[in-house]
Design a protein around this ligand. Structure first.
Ligand code: GYE
Length: 317
């Protein structure tokens, strides 16, 4: 068997053809992506694909179209293909125990990229890399508290939540509430999911405006895309975004910078999607038998509209 294999490789090499993966000894990484719901996600996918190429890693990429069942299927197929490492960005937090145990039984290490799972047994993944979403929510809350200093009266907030049950939706809500609850004049009067998309963000904001109208002082959107959708709804309702309604969102994608430069978005909290390079490094380290840190937190800032024009040229996503 071994001799045959060697003979085959030699023949392929002699013919000047590209060697099959097993012969190149290439590391194979299976990645299950959430979908393509936002600008952030597109930038994240590009980062992963480009850095796999740069690192000489064979990437098996699967788009789950925001469905957990598709992610579970993809992970099972990675296990069947005996990839070296599995990474995925879990669309929601719960329901991963069974498939993660299957990966563990097959001895394939799993890296959580971007989003966390809520499984008690943390031996089911080797590392979780991504942002601290609770802290992002806190940053949004602190910005609002600071901006509201010196004003009086209730601050009526509407909230556009991310995908129901996803780590960023749960944590961004939690962090924001933790900060604003210190002062009872901050009130979340409506809160609903916009599933992290522009279309849904617009649709839900239209409903908020119909129900609450001019009562709304602030919009807190769990991502930029929903804020951008909501801006359209606000304009169509004859109001001025960022003036009549203060708008806070998260991600810091180019679309948000453009909205800030146009004076339509007040602030975006940064959440970096550029996880590709560190994911490839982690996969290589695993293959080399190195231990990974259990948690790798992305470092990020916050960008109010006043600095948007200056920062825009250096933005990478
Ligand atoms: O904020 C949102 C995307 O998980 C951090 O998912 C990510 C979030 C991001 O759809 O735009």
């Amino acid at each position: 068997m071994t001799i045959q294999r060697r003979t085959v490789i030699a023949a392929i090499a002699a013919a000047g053809l590209p060697l099959p993966l097993f012969a190149q000894g290439k590391l194979v990484l299976g990645f299950s992506q959430v979908g393509a719901e936002s600008e952030w996600r597109t930038a994240n996918t590009e980062s992963i694909k480009a850095s796999a190429k740069d690192a000489g890693i064979e990437l098996k990429f699967s788009d789950a179209q925001q469905k957990q069942e598709n992610q579970i299927k993809a992970i099972r197929s990675f296990i069947a293909q005996k990839v070296d490492v599995i990474a995925f960005s879990p669309v929601v937090e719960s329901g991963w125990g069974t498939v993660l145990r299957e990966a563990k039984a097959a001895n394939i290490p799993v890296i959580l990229s971007d989003r966390a799972v809520n499984e008690k047994d943390d031996s089911l993944w080797v590392s979780f890399m991504g942002s601290d979403f609770v802290e992002e929510g806190r940053k949004a809350g602190r910005w609002l508290v600071e901006k509201s200093k010196g004003t009086t009266g209730d601050v009526n907030i509407v909230e556009l939540q991310g995908t129901v049950g996803s780590a960023p939706a749960i944590d961004r809500k939690k962090g924001f509430e933790e900060i604003i609850k210190a002062d009872p004049r901050f009130k979340i009067i409506r809160s609903q999911t916009g599933d992290f998309t522009r279309a849904k963000g617009k649709e839900v904001m239209e409903a908020f405006l119909k129900a609450e109208g001019k009562k709304i002082n602030v919009l807190y959107a769990h991502n930029d895309d929903m804020a951008i959708g909501a801006i359209q709804a606000i304009e169509e309702a004859g109001m001025k975004p960022a003036k009549d309604i203060t708008i806070i969102s998260i991600d810091g994608v180019k679309g948000a910078f453009e909205a800030m430069i146009a004076g339509k978005l007040n602030v975006s909290v940064e959440c970096s999607p550029l996880l590709g390079p560190q994911l490839m490094q982690a996969a290589k380290d695993l293959k080399a038998g190195k231990a990974l840190p259990k948690r790798i937190v992305t470092q990020e800032g916050i960008f109010p509209m006043e600095v948007a024009a200056k920062e825009f040229p250096s933005r990478k996503y």
